[in-house]
Ligand binder design. Structure first.
Ligand code: PLP
Length: 411
């Protein structure tokens, strides 16, 4: 398909067609410091869990102002261990949002509990505390709020519900490294906080995660569970301190982070604020440039909060936008712009339908958002030209003059 130049003078440039110009969704920003640190790590010969993991944990602890930060190999592992350390039992229920990555739900299942969904607020797209309260039963043990796109959940109300019903709170902070709520940092707003350093996240170690908590007992147990259930500091067994026996205290997991990963994390964390500033500028640019289009833009951050600016999402409502969400994704792809969908509502997935009997209509806001949402490229790697390219591609995708036949749609 040859693109028609758009009439408006703001995009008087041509959109490159080669695949080498494909704008990847969620590209990580890796700089020389990370490369040097990884090389130093490789040369040191200590690749597994070691001094760099300890340093990364210390940096993260300081950044969050908590007592304990435990590095693991994913946020999924962080969530799983958090649930195990609070002694979730078979048949216990854990309430979370349908608008999340499947890892949140799977961690609950693997901990032996039953996931229970509470619908989201249609504006903030975060779990609605009123819906949480409605779903509480005798078996409810915990709530996992997800700070969607980096916007903090209504933690005052969620904490009230938790206190009143004697529930624990595990925050899924996969989108929320920088997020703050009324002066408190995401991950410290509940009992345990779980972070992701997956490639597309605001800090990346390739794969990686972190649990933070002020509870020493939980922290110690997580450390042991993350490494086969071996007695403390078993990772030092091959160090220059001489061989020491270690003992298995419970059947644990292989969830530890490597020093190679931490080498990236240390320098990524040092740049977290700079990259946040860049994404904030990009957020403001998108809000400004897209304001006149027939799409729903994300709500601005609420007062007295810091938005993590992890995702910038549009809602494409076919009657209003003149194109379906999936056609829009296709149109963007044809213009070499990578996009994401965060997320199909969890009850869209056959496994959960079959196992839990979930019907989409029971969570109508999540269903609608999941069917309309599109995430735009939002990496701090994007320069002004890239951002303008994204905006031009959106305009073109939405314009009536667009050549329909390539959209795989019956004429
Ligand atoms: C990415 C993500 C996870 C899982 O993180 P991993 O580090 O890939 O395990 C969990 N929850 C949410 C909301 C996420 O976006």
């Amino acid at each position: 398909m040859i693109l028609k130049p758009h009439e408006s003078p703001s995009d008087a440039f041509t959109i490159p067609r080669g695949k080498e110009d494909f704008l990847v969704f969620g590209a990580p920003v890796i700089e020389q410091d990370e490369i040097d640190e990884v090389v130093a790590c490789l040369k040191s010969g200590w690749l597994g869990t070691g001094p760099r993991v300890t340093r990364f944990e210390e940096c993260f602890r300081d950044y969050k102002g908590v007592n304990h930060a435990l590095a693991v190999n994913s946020c999924t592992a962080a969530l799983h261990l958090s649930l195990l350390t609070i002694d979730i039992e078979p048949g216990d229920e854990v309430i979370t949002t349908p608008l999340t990555f499947c890892a949140t739900i799977n961690a609950i299942i693997h901990a032996g509990a039953i996931p229970v969904l509470a619908d989201v607020d249609p504006v903030t797209m975060n779990i609605d505390p009123v819906e949480v309260e409605r779903r509480i039963t005798q078996r409810t043990r915990a709530i996992i709020p997800v700070h969607f796109a980096g916007r903090p959940c209504d933690m005052t109300a969620i904490r009230q519900v938790a206190t009143k019903n004697d529930l624990l709170i595990i925050e899924d902070c996969a989108h929320a490294i920088e997020t703050e709520y009324r002066g408190e940092k995401a991950g410290t707003l509940g009992d345990l906080g779980c972070f992701s350093f997956y490639v597309t996240k605001n800090i990346s170690t390739g794969e990686g995660g972190m649990v933070i908590t002020d509870n020493e007992e939980w922290a110690n147990r997580i450390k042991i569970l993350a490494l086969h259930g071996l007695s403390r500091d078993a990772w030092k067994r091959y160090s220059d301190e001489g061989y020491k026996h270690y003992y298995v205290s419970e059947a644990g997991f292989k969830y530890n982070m490597m020093d190679i990963q931490a080498a990236l994390g240390i320098h990524q964390l040092a740049r977290v604020e700079t990259n946040w500033q860049k994404r904030k500028a990009l957020w403001d640019f998108y809000q400004r440039e897209l304001i006149d289009l027939p799409v729903t833009l994300p709500a601005e951050p609420e007062a007295d909060t810091k938005h993590g600016y992890h995702l910038f999402t549009l809602l494409i409502d076919e009657p209003r936008s003149g194109i379906s969400r999936d056609e829009f994704l296709e149109a963007m792809y044809e213009q070499c712009i990578g996009t994401g969908v965060h997320y199909l509502s969890m009850p869209e997935h056959p496994y959960y339908q079959q196992r839990f009997g979930w019907r989409l209509e029971a969570w109508p806001h999540a269903m609608r958002i999941g069917r309309q949402t599109v995430s735009l490229p939002f990496s701090p790697k994007l320069n002004e030209q890239d951002a303008a390219r994204v905006v031009a591609a959106i305009r073109c995708s939405l314009s009536a003059e667009r050549e329909r036949p390539t959209m795989r749609r019956a004429a």
